[in-house]
Design a protein around this ligand. Structure first.
Ligand code: TXA
Ligand code: MG
Length: 342
């Protein structure tokens, strides 16, 4: 399959390109699109064949459900069994934006889209190109992250080109994603509601609307394979660079000292300001005191670890404030939960 790259520099002037992408989506084809979190691999959410093609293109296990993206609240009632009472307030506070809400699905949602579950995850993205494509196609769009299954999520069109060339009809290039980690996923199907995946909408922010919301235990703990997971995505190995990654928690001085004692060859994943102090091959992910910069840089950094050809990587971590919790959640998976405290 030939993959077109459609570069949008101006959402008004490039209307013809948006219409081209929207037409492909209406036909049931696959189009990688930018969102404010990561790039998504989009297709018509209500077309079972289109949804099935997403799993095929990504190599995604068929029981891992897709997020359905909408551009207005009016699109939601037909997609769900009933609109939960808490949704209105959540939407007012955090939509459009990086929050996904799991609700009971209506029969309209094909089981391919919901991964065989009786629930559906819905998100209203903030990115103007994503919103324009939902509107212009007249479809709600199923879109998982636009990476090959098991690789880090794509935060630039170039990442999508690397993973999906020949597998999708088009890639819409809207520049780098602002947030850099995937949306916060929460479920309203449990009592109390639970966060299944942390993102830029944090636990503290959500508590203001849903005071009893809790973090699911799978967020920071390794669940054994036979445990029933709340979100199928939790059980799959994720964001895994080829290198063995070990998280190392400590100050820069402790980290320097730790590295001095390593005998095997290694690469380092660290903060920008650490580099001058470390006599090592470094890939950086943002600034220590700025979790948003870490989120923005993380997935590109994980991809660069592979390009550097490292087989062992020590990743420096410190505290987890705000979106830093989401960064830590992704790093834990990249490291297969291997963490050393100095
Ligand atoms: O920011 C994002 O959420 C991006 C952009 C493209 O919107 N999308 C994304 O999709 O990250 P994906 O498929 O890579 O991750 C969706 C996660 C998976 O872990 C999946 O298991 C979970 O959400 N999920 C989806 N539907 C669910 C459901 N009905 N119940 C529980 N978990 C669900
Ligand atoms: Mg994903």
């Amino acid at each position: 399959m030939e993959t077109q790259v459609l570069k949008i520099t101006d959402i008004e002037k490039d209307g013809a390109l948006l219409d081209e992408a929207a037409a492909l989506l209406r036909e049931g084809q696959l189009v990688a699109i930018p969102t404010e979190t990561v790039y998504g691999l989009a297709a018509d959410a209500l077309n079972p064949k289109a949804a099935a093609a997403i799993y095929q293109a990504k190599g995604r296990p068929s029981d891992n459900p897709l997020i359905v993206h909408v551009s207005s609240l009016e699109e939601i009632p037909p997609l769900v069994k009933q609109v939960p009472p808490q949704l209105k307030q959540l939407a007012e506070a955090f939509w459009p934006g990086p929050m996904t809400v799991v609700m009971e699905k209506s029969p309209l949602i094909p089981s391919t889209t919901s991964g065989g579950l009786e629930t559906v995850a819905v998100r209203m993205p903030a990115h103007p190109i994503a919103r324009a494509l939902i509107q212009r196609s007249g479809r709600s769009l199923a879109a998982p992250s636009a990476n090959l299954s098991g690789l880090p999520s794509p935060t630039t069109a170039q990442h999508c080109v690397e993973d999906l060339t020949g597998r999708v009809a088009a890639i819409v290039d809207g520049g780098p994603c602002q947030v850099g980690v995937e949306s916060t996923v929460l479920t309203l199907c449990t009592q109390p509601p639970k966060i299944l995946r942390p993102g830029a909408v944090t636990l503290e922010m959500l508590r203001k609307v849903l005071p009893d919301i809790q973090l699911d235990e799978g967020v920071f703990e390794h669940l054994s394979d036979d445990r029933k997971v709340a979100s199928p995505g939790m059980k799959y190995k994720h964001y895994a660079p080829k290198a063995r990654v070990i998280l190392v928690r400590g100050t820069l001085e402790q980290f320097q000292e730790f590295l001095r004692h390593q005998r095997e060859e290694y690469g380092v994943l660290c903060f920008e300001e650490d580099v001058p102090a470390l006599n090592a091959r470094c890939v950086t992910y943002g600034k220590e005191q700025d979790p948003a910069s870490q989120a923005h840089a993380l997935f590109d950094a994980l991809r660069r670890l592979d390009k550097e050809g490292f087989s062992l990587v020590y990743a420096r971590i410190t505290g987890e404030e705000g979106v830093g919790q989401a960064v830590y959640n992704r790093l834990l998976r990249a490291a297969a939960f291997d963490e050393i405290q100095l």
